[in-house]
Write a protein that binds this ligand. Structure first.
Ligand code: SF4
Length: 501
């Protein structure tokens, strides 16, 4: 019988083909940047958990040497004699193997045993975590460990960091002992199913679907897509499909847009279908101009870049709170003049107060403030107002002036190249072909901006590299708001904008 890790058993639970590929064709896996970023977050939370569960530093972290788990199992057995915290203790039994994030001595005398805590960087207990913990507990008990309690610790997003390195309260525990121990029979079945899958010489059949991204983004999506017959105009380009339409399409085996009956689609979906099949863009400029005519000049065009930390870095902030560190504002005057203002703080200190002050100054007192998906900017501004009551009236006044360009684009413009998306990254080159994010050096999207910011504030980053990152971040954010100016001009038909500013 092949020994199967918890990761492999969880792969089976997502998709048998995923497990087969993990075992037989691991070189085909391509983890997305989001998946890799989530690994980094997981590591930082794991490190912090070790401090929280072992404040005196009595415990030991077992280093796992590649795929040679033997040494880890031996060290685990040695440490179990010492009754002190163990991190990454390894267990195997009945065909399963797992490593426990945290293992703590529990009970005394005849009741002496261990308590296991699984650490997750999410903010709640998802259903698949219960399966994960059940496998963990199964492997530990199958190895002979007297396991008395099992818990899952996740981030408490309502907790506020008091500063000074005090992270007590960041993790919230939920006891899963009863649930985890009761699922031993299920885990045995998963192991048997997984053994059958990995012994197959050929991969099991599993067409891609919603399970490819839930509960985890599968790293084999690229590979699996290439194995499917390629639709010329895939039905996935239809926006806002909803489960009902997806199920209808799947039930009838429809993959081509051309084969979707019109009466299954709403007006916007019909528009997308027609534009795609004819190759002709849809643009109701009169309607977009009419909609925007109520907002007079001068106008501002605003975009934020934000960062979130699972483990807060700055006092007074919460886990995963959206914290703006940069903005760009283009101001368009009545005569078409353009002025540009920007803010970027790479000092590593909390940038939100100086950013809020600079924002109030940059946006002036009147005129609409355009944003693309303005709910995001509005949320950031209101959060700043809550955090800095002395600036609240001025900040809330800015939030009141926000006007969203995204619904205007959705309602009145569609180009076949958008492939069902109204992201500004695809609308811009369609409507203004002289502009594109691809021309930017380095930072080209929000994820890239976050990575650049984190690198720039890291103490190990030297001044030259920081200067390069600063230049890239400023160029990216500036293009975001200049793109909005150009979209506004296209939607309104106004042509007398003087320059890029
Ligand atoms: S992409 Fe989807 S179908 Fe392919 S292995 Fe992953 S989960 Fe399974």
């Amino acid at each position: 019988m092949r020994l199967l890790s918890k990761t492999k058993l969880m792969a089976l639970r997502q998709c048998p083909l995923r497990l087969w590929l993990e075992v037989h064709r691991p070189e085909l896996r391509e983890d997305s940047s989001a998946t890799q970023a989530s690994f980094t977050v997981g590591h930082s939370v794991g490190e912090l958990a070790r401090q929280l569960y072992d404040p005196q530093g009595r415990g030991e972290l077992i280093e796992i040497d590649g795929r040679n788990f033997g040494a880890a199992f031996v060290r685990t057995r040695e440490l179990l004699q010492e009754r002190r915290p163990i991190f990454e203790a390894g267990f195997q039994g009945e065909g399963a193997l797992a490593f426990a994030d945290v293992l703590l001595p529990h009970g005394r005398g005849a009741h002496a045993g261990w308590r296991m805590v699984e650490i997750k960087s999410s903010t709640r207990v998802h259903e698949h975590y219960r399966e994960d913990v059940a496998v963990q507990a199964f492997a530990a008990r199958a190895s002979g460990l007297p396991l008395r309690a099992v818990a899952l610790a996740h981030i408490d997003s309502s907790w506020t960091y008091p500063g000074g390195g005090d992270y007590q309260g960041l993790l919230r525990e939920e006891d899963l002992t009863e649930d985890a121990l009761a699922r031993a029979g299920e885990v045995r079945e998963w192991i048997a199913q997984a053994q059958a899958v990995v012994q197959r010489r050929r991969p099991p059949l599993a067409p891609p679907g919603a399970h490819c991204s839930t509960p985890y983004a599968c790293g084999f999506q690229q590979h699996c897509q290439t194995q499917q017959p390629q639709a010329r105009h895939p039905v996935q380009w239809l926006p806002y499909r909803g489960r009902k339409l997806d199920e209808r399409l799947a039930a009838d085996g429809i993959t081509e847009l051309a084969d979707v009956p019109d009466d299954w689609l709403n007006e916007r979906q019909q528009r997308v279908k027609a534009a795609t099949l004819t190759g002709r863009p849809y643009f109701d400029r009169r309607a977009s101009a009419q909609e925007l005519a109520q907002h007079k000049l001068p106008a501002c065009f605003l975009d934020f870049e934000t960062i979130q930390f699972a483990v807060p870095l700055w006092r007074g902030t919460r886990p995963y709170q959206q914290l703006p560190f940069q903005f760009s504002v283009h101001r368009l005057g009545r005569g078409g003049s353009i002025e540009h203002r920007e803010f970027l703080d790479l000092s590593g200190d909390n940038p939100t107060l100086p950013l809020a002050q600079a924002l109030i100054d940059a946006c002036g007192r009147q005129g609409p403030i355009y944003a693309y998906n303005a709910g995001f900017e509005g949320g950031c501004i209101r959060a700043l107002a809550e955090r800095y009551p002395q600036l609240a009236p001025a900040l809330l006044a800015l939030a009141e002036r926000l006007v969203d360009l995204l619904p205007v684009a959705r309602a009145h413009y569609y180009h076949p190249s958008q492939q069902g998306s109204w992201s500004i990254k695809v609308v811009l080159p369609a409507l203004c072909p002289d502009l594109s994010y691809d021309a930017l050096d380095g930072v080209q999207d929000g994820d890239g901006a976050q990575q650049a910011f984190l690198e720039a504030i890291a103490p190990a980053t030297d001044a030259d590299r920081r200067a390069v990152l600063r230049r890239q971040l400023l160029a990216y954010c500036r293009l975001d708001t200049w793109a909005m100016v150009r979209l506004w001009a296209a939607f309104t038909g106004v042509q007398h904008i003087q320059s890029k500013g």
